[in-house]
Design a protein around this ligand. Structure first.
Ligand SMILES: C[S@@+](CC[C@H](N)C(=O)[O-])C[C@H]1O[C@@H](n2cnc3c(N)ncnc32)[C@H](O)[C@@H]1O
Length: 282
């Protein structure tokens, strides 16, 4: 099951990366996904190909609150947009790592880093369920529209907690499902590659992070992407001291879901830049 999901997702994003490498990307004009979610100033910091390759559903920079000298890890770094933005913010004394399982995305990201002249970045190949970095080595974990694609989400949350130093934090953009949508309903809505089948509900996300030992979980909805699915920004902290399981009681906050949001039809619920008709396999 895990290997099947990885392969389905990998094939999908390999094609998306090839589109950008060949200059034929068609996915940058959506308003709910991709580069439109970044400010003009942020986009100006980046090579065109990094902007074009943006397939996220939010902007982790809005919650990552990065500082000079910090070590940042981007889970599912794709074409590298958030790694490059992070690298500018942490400066020469910091480091920004990108982790992705898709060779084509890693090629694109390394090309974008070279174009940007970024020297404090490193792109690693691997799965976010098994992060190839030592325990306690990272100050901030970011991610943009990737945890929902993971085959084993408890493993991802455990790995996040493992690689963070005590007191470290996350700033993640992701797709979450309304608590009323059953896993069966989410599966009906779409595929893993389209982010739908794999999205956790708000309460599942909070519980997953808390079970991994993260505290002060805060989830803020950015916008609805359709069919009861939301783009949201997730913050949480690894306790500076104490055991891994003391986080559940520390009060994972209620998600802020805007009142009166009208659910769009499921057909509008494609996410992560996969909704456009660019020939990517669903
Ligand atoms: C929706 S794209 C987002 C890319 C990037 N974060 C952005 O905002 O443009 C998903 C990326 O996550 C990678 N990915 C998906 N599942 C993964 C996993 N289990 N382990 C590592 N990478 C994964 C894909 O290869 C792809 O590059």
């Amino acid at each position: 099951m895990t290997a099947d999901i990885h392969e389905t997702v990998r094939l999908h994003y390999a094609e998306a990366a090839r589109d950008v490498l060949q200059g034929t990307s068609c996915c940058s004009d959506e308003s709910s996904f991709g580069s439109q979610l970044y400010s003009a100033l942020e986009r100006e910091e980046l090579p065109d190909a990094a902007v074009l390759a943006s397939l996220g559903c939010g902007n982790p920079m809005m919650v990552a609150d990065l500082h000079e000298g910090e070590r940042v890890l981007d889970l599912g770094s794709g074409g590298g947009i958030d790694v490059l933005l992070s690298a500018r913010r942490v400066g020469p004394t910091g480091r920004a790592f990108g982790l992705d399982m898709t060779d084509e995305m890693l090629t694109l990201a390394r090309q974008n880093a070279a174009t940007a002249g970024a020297t404090n970045v490193e792109f690693l190949k691997g799965h976010i369920e098994e992060i190839p970095l030592p325990a306690g080595s990272i100050d901030v974990v970011i991610s943009n529209c990737v945890v929902n694609l993971a085959a084993d989400k408890p493993a991802v949350f455990r790995e996040i907690a493992r690689v963070l130093r005590p007191g470290g934090r996350i700033g993640i953009a992701d797709i979450l499902a309304d608590d009323s949508l059953t896993p069966e309903k989410r599966a009906e809505l779409g595929s893993y590659a389209g982010c739908i089948a794999g999205a956790l509900s708000f309460s599942e996300y909070r519980a997953g992070l808390a079970a991994a030992g993260m505290s002060d979980v805060a989830i803020t909805v950015s916008h609805e992407v359709g069919g009861g699915m939301f783009s949201a920004l997730v913050k949480a902290t690894k306790p500076a001291t104490g055991g891994a399981s003391d986080a559940g009681a520390s009060g994972a906050e209620a998600a802020t879901v805007p009142a009166g949001v009208t659910a769009a039809p499921a057909s509008q619920a494609d996410c992560c830049g996969t909704g456009c008709d660019c020939g990517a396999a669903e």
